[in-house]
Design a protein around this ligand. Structure first.
Ligand SMILES: Cc1cc2nc3c(=O)[nH]c(=O)nc-3n(C[C@H](O)[C@H](O)[C@H](O)COP(=O)(O)OP(=O)(O)OC[C@H]3O[C@@H](n4cnc5c(N)ncnc54)[C@H](O)[C@@H]3O)c2cc1C
Length: 595
């Protein structure tokens, strides 16, 4: 069995020490509510709920999966009870607007809770995760009446929200979608078409499901400029808020898939279904981006969440499992063999998980704080600066966290040897569950293109310039500190490599458009590794000041892991710069028929 203990101490380190989040929250309207005590009690209560109620449903969810009975999707046993516990505890609306029944706490706090929820059961967490995205989109683009009718139900969890973009012939290229919407004459529309792969399109957890559907109006221009967004509820809502008639759409089938078996993945058929336009006609894709940007950060976090369970389980196993003797001499003379944690190669796998997870948690915490600042800070300049960082980092978090997350699940499975491949240990489930996060919400290659092709050139390079300035300032501030030299020197070299690659890309894109596509994946990985390095250097700067007199081993472990990262993972940046500068020719010259 996989094990999971919510990493509360590390979360506290990130929130209180690395981010000093409480001081940041205090500058945001409503943020002063988030005192240190409130933060800690949310982490502790959230951990209890996730460990004791949600985590036990993870394995049963995988074994049982969802099923379609008479047109109704049934989720695995235990899901409904766990979902209800989330709703009754008020967890669904932690960071939502009090006007709609939310608790108004900072988004950053809810992100830490969401990590625990995803670690405990990634499939179950998808239902509230999508609901939160739908809440964000309706709040940003819906009419006042729509907000009054739907948001309180999404906030208290009695209804869920889902996103309906993909069609069989239109995945990445949404400009080709064919679902149509025609005005009904009474202000509503009739939506017809088939969507595939719709997560949570149907389920038995809630009495209603709010579908946000992308479709074309009769006069729509071709391509992405002709897409509108519609709210299509499973049950129509009466004027008094009660549920009315069943809308005319249904789940045709559910997919049988590699992982996340407790999350329903539905083919949805809309047959003249009643829908309501959200936002302006033909501007649906922009409106949907409010939801997608939220989901992209959430999907990135899925990578971290699965890697955390995998790492914890592997570390526990490696301390117990005895095989062979340490190369440097016997370590457990009273046993027939030493625990496998003595072997350097096992340590390589474990430390890769630990170093990446802690850096990812810190980086996501930092970016989440920017989300709060972008939304709530009274100063417009601060909001714009934070928005730039969020936009820059969204593709990095989505793609890199899910890539490294799956890699760490695989490495952790490797620590178990053959036992990792056997279902009862739970490791192969983590590999299967985490895999989809590299694909859905846009395949990772598309996010690399978004970063290198779009985000780097936005506002004449303002986004990346702002981030590079943060890195340069940090390096300059700590350069003279001898105690930090082993962290700052490699970071400084990696920052210079990122600057060099950014300049190279800006020039190369002028000469050949394929250069961006060819370099984008390496560039995204480079930026992610440099950012992990930045988080480790910041962590080390805090830990050096606190390690003396600390008898918990926490700060010493931070320094040791930071050292591992700088010496054994950050140097990958050198290879990435070399491959991205290798240009597109070696990728593009082989004719398609020679593959
Ligand atoms: C379990 C699951 C749940 C899902 N949930 C939802 C959901 O709730 N709602 C929803 O709407 N969709 C959902 N999806 C769909 C998902 O978002 C798409 O599968 C994904 O966006 C990729 O689209 P596609 O599968 O059509 O791949 P394609 O678009 O066919 O892409 C295939 C490959 O080609 C690459 N590629 C395509 N175009 C380009 C390009 N221009 N440049 C470079 N590379 C390119 C891609 O990166 C990818 O590697 C889900 C999918 C799965 C598997």
């Amino acid at each position: 069995m996989a094990i999971y203990r919510a990493p509360i101490r590390d979360m506290q380190f990130v929130i209180h020490e690395l981010l000093d989040a409480q001081s940041c929250f205090a500058e945001l309207p409503g943020g002063e509510e988030a005192s240190a005590d409130i933060i800690d009690s949310i982490l502790e209560e959230g951990a209890k709920l996730c460990e004791s109620i949600v985590f036990p449903t993870n394995r049963t969810g995988d074994v049982e999966g969802c099923r379609l009975d008479d047109g109704q999707v049934r989720t695995p046993s235990g899901f409904k009870e766990a979902y209800e516990a989330l709703c009754t505890g008020g967890w669904m609306g932690l960071a939502c607007d009090p006007e709609y029944g939310g608790q108004g706490l900072p988004h950053t706090l809810s992100v830490f809770f969401e990590e625990m929820l995803q670690s405990s059961n990634m499939s179950l967490a998808l239902y509230p995760g999508l609901t939160r995205g739908a809440y964000v989109a309706i709040r940003a683009h819906g009419s006042d009446e729509m907000k009054r009718t739907y948001l309180p139900k999404l906030v208290d969890g009695s209804w869920t929200g889902v996103m309906c973009l993909t069609e069989s012939h239109a995945g990445t290229d949404l400009g080709m979608l064919r679902t149509r919407a025609v005005p009904d004459g009474d202000g509503s529309y009739r939506v017809s078409g088939t969507k595939i792969f719709i997560s949570g399109g149907d389920q038995d957890l809630t009495e209603n499901i709010v579908h946000l559907v992308l479709a074309r109006l009769p006069d729509a221009p071709e391509g992405v400029k002709g897409i509108s967004m519609f709210l299509v509820p499973k049950y129509l809502v009466n004027a008094d808020g009660s549920l009315g008639e069943r809308n005319t759409f249904s789940c045709g089938s559910i997919e049988h898939k590699m992982g996340i078996k407790g999350a329903s993945t539905c083919v949805m058929n809309y047959e003249n279904a009643v829908g309501y336009l959200i936002g302006e006609p033909h501007k649906g894709l922009q409106a949907m981006f409010s939801m997608m940007n939220h989901e992209r950060l959430m999907v990135g976090q899925e990578g971290l969440s699965q890697a955390e369970v995998a790492y914890q389980s592997a570390a526990d196993y490696a301390r117990e499992r005895i095989q062979g003797r340490a190369l440097s001499g016997v370590k457990s003379p009273d046993q027939p063999a030493d625990p496998i944690i003595v072997h350097p190669d096992v340590r390589r796998m474990l430390l890769t998980g630990k170093a990446c997870n802690e850096a990812a948690r810190a980086l996501l915490g930092w970016v989440s704080l920017q989300v709060d600042i972008a939304e709530r800070h009274p100063d417009a300049g601060m909001r714009e600066h934070a928005e730039d960082l969020v936009a820059l980092f969204t593709p990095v978090i989505k793609a890199y966290f899910t890539d490294y997350g799956n890699e760490v699940c695989n490495l952790s499975m490797q620590v178990f040897g053959g036992h990792g491949y056997i279902s009862e240990w739970g490791m192969e489930q983590l590999v299967r569950d985490s895999r989809v996060a590299q694909i859905y919400e846009g395949a990772n290659g598309i996010h690399a293109l978004d970063l290198a092709g779009r985000k780097l050139s936005m506002h004449e390079g303002r986004l990346i310039k702002r981030y590079l300035k943060i890195l340069e300032d940090f390096v300059a501030e700590h350069r003279q500190d001898k105690k930090l030299d082993e962290f700052i020197a490699p970071l400084s070299g990696a920052v210079a490599a990122l600057e060099d690659a950014t300049r190279w890309l800006a020039k190369a894109r002028m000469e050949d458009p394929d250069e961006i596509g060819a370099a984008s994946y390496d560039y995204l990985r480079l930026m992610a590794l440099v950012s992990f390095g930045y988080m480790w250097a910041r962590s080390a700067a805090i830990a050096t000041g606190k390690v003396e007199g600390d008898n918990t081993g926490f700060y010493q472990a931070k320094l040791t892991t930071a050292r591992f990262f700088m010496k054994r993972l950050l140097p990958q940046t050198t290879a990435l710069v070399a491959t991205l500068r290798a240009g597109s020719r070696s990728l593009m010259e082989l004719p398609a028929e020679s593959f």
